[in-house]
Design a protein around this ligand. Structure first.
Ligand code: BG6
Length: 451
């Protein structure tokens, strides 16, 4: 197998791709022999590139010595189509065994996608219908609806949809995969999963980190395109979709598209930018890019009539946290002592993977007081060793031709339509500069309280 990473000097290769490939190697899940070619525009020798990666990645890598021998670095400007001749010669010089898979992973900013894809196609490095050659696109797929459509057209003119993998690594996360299981394998949840019983649903993905070295990419994206168009909308689609007629990939994706098609964004949006963003590397001094966004939305289906969905994501928050909180309506309550709280079901994605159900029970003692109680399930505690990282699972799925956890074109298309409309609203909304999480949350609270 030849696994090529374009844009390999970026954060993603060090943080996610190489660690995931390493783990798969350690678990003997990679086809053997395999070769990893990392392509970037920055000049490196393979040895210095590999040494730098090793220095940056965290954790235990007992078999690194053997693994690193599989990594090669090629300095190449992939924005120039003619350079792919060099890449072709380089691959030939590696004397790879014939007949293995060729996976091209585009870990670049999206505007490079068409250039790289076209060059791979023209040079017959990816060939229509040959399932040994596949192409993986990091998100976001496109920069808006029009560019996404153009990229997609370009691809499908020359290769099959089954050779195209549009990744959204949230879909590979354990607890996101768990959403459908929890919903549809339990009478107790699915039977009350609707507007009659649920007051609101919050989907939150907060991060403490800044944009770090990714300014060039991030400033063209912002939180909307970097997180909402993909991770948050995909999470919402899983949480809100109607029950599919079966658990096939197509039926599930059809239901997810229904949610996105029926999503209505209210105009109570809060955009924020962390203080200090304009001083980050690669950011224009007058940038209006949002690093925080809070959205209130409605899913206009029978199931969710008038139920608000709150989506929130931001950088430079007090800590990293990703979760889904389902808040149920008040119970009609005849208990006079103790204040019954609303039931909540929290699906914890990060830092803990788990599920917490809050309900009311009787306080111990002689009096009939109600008291909040918790059923607490720790998902990660049940795994021996490390639970699979999202990228590990998804890379393995590409190798095995399984696209069920990748986004289908119509999901992307619907998501972009909504993001484009939010971007149009953005022009009329203030951009709140925030020093801290509490400061921007206060703005959100006020906005939503008065809405
Ligand atoms: C990526 C975004 O897709 O997701 C990053 O580009 C973000 O900006 C990251 O930091 C968050 O992913 P995770 O898995 O760390 O929650």
């Amino acid at each position: 197998m030849l696994f090529t990473i374009f844009g390999a000097t970026g954060d993603l290769t060090t943080k996610k791709l190489i660690p995931a490939l390493y783990r798969l190697y350690e678990e003997e899940q990679l086809p053997d022999p395999f070769t990893i070619v990392c392509i970037g525009r920055r000049h490196y020798e393979t040895a210095s590139f590999v040494a730098e990666i090793r220095e940056k990645i965290e954790g235990e890598y007992p078999h690194w010595e053997a693994f690193q021998g599989r990594i090669h670095y090629l300095t190449m400007d992939f924005s120039v189509e003619a350079n792919f001749e060099i890449f072709k010669l380089y691959v030939a010089s590696l004397n790879l065994s014939q007949g293995g898979q060729k996976i091209y992973y585009l870990a670049t900013a999206p505007h490079y996608f068409p250039i790289i894809a076209r060059a791979l196609i023209v040079n017959q490095m990816i060939v229509r219908g040959d399932m040994r050659s596949k192409i993986v696109f990091e998100k976001p797929f496109g920069e808006d609806l029009d560019t996404a459509k153009a990229y997609n057209r370009l691809l499908l003119e020359s290769i099959e949809e089954s050779q195209v993998y549009r990744i959204d690594h949230y879909l590979g996360k354990e607890m996101l995969q768990n959403v459908l299981t929890v919903r549809f394998a339990n009478k107790i949840f699915e039977s009350i999963w609707n507007h009659e019983n649920i007051e609101n649903i919050k989907i939150v993905a907060l991060e403490s980190e800044s944009v770090k070295q990714r300014g060039g990419y991030y400033d063209r994206s912002g939180a909307l395109k970097d997180m909402v168009q993909n991770h948050l909308f995909q999470t919402l689609a899983l949480v809100a979709m109607d029950s599919p007629m079966g658990l096939s990939d197509t039926l599930i994706k059809n239901q997810k598209v229904e949610v996105l098609e029926n999503l209505q964004i209210s105009d109570d949006i809060v955009f924020g930018q962390y203080a200090g963003y304009l001083q980050e590397k690669g950011i224009p001094v007058d940038s209006k890019t949002e690093t925080f966004v809070a959205i209130k939305a409605y899913v206009n289906t029978q199931r969710w009539r008038n139920t608000p969905f709150y989506l929130m994501t931001g950088k430079k928050m007090s800590h990293k946290l990703a979760e889904i909180i389902v808040t149920f309506k008040d119970a009609s309550c005849f208990f006079e002592k103790g204040q019954p709280e609303k039931n909540t079901l929290t699906i914890e994605i990060f830092p803990r993977e788990g599920i917490v159900l809050k309900f009311n029970g009787k306080a111990p003692g002689l009096q009939a007081y109600t008291m909040p109680m918790r059923l607490d399930y720790c998902h990660m505690c049940n795994v021996v060793g490390n639970s699979a990282e999202a990228y590990e699972k998804l890379i393995l799925d590409v190798i095995h031709d399984d696209s069920s956890l990748f986004t289908r074109w119509d999901e992307i298309e619907s998501s972009w339509r909504i993001i484009d409309s939010i971007n149009r609203m953005k022009r009329f909304e203030p951009l709140h500069v925030y020093q801290s999480e509490s400061e921007i949350m206060q703005v959100v609270d006020e906005k939503w309280r008065n809405a």
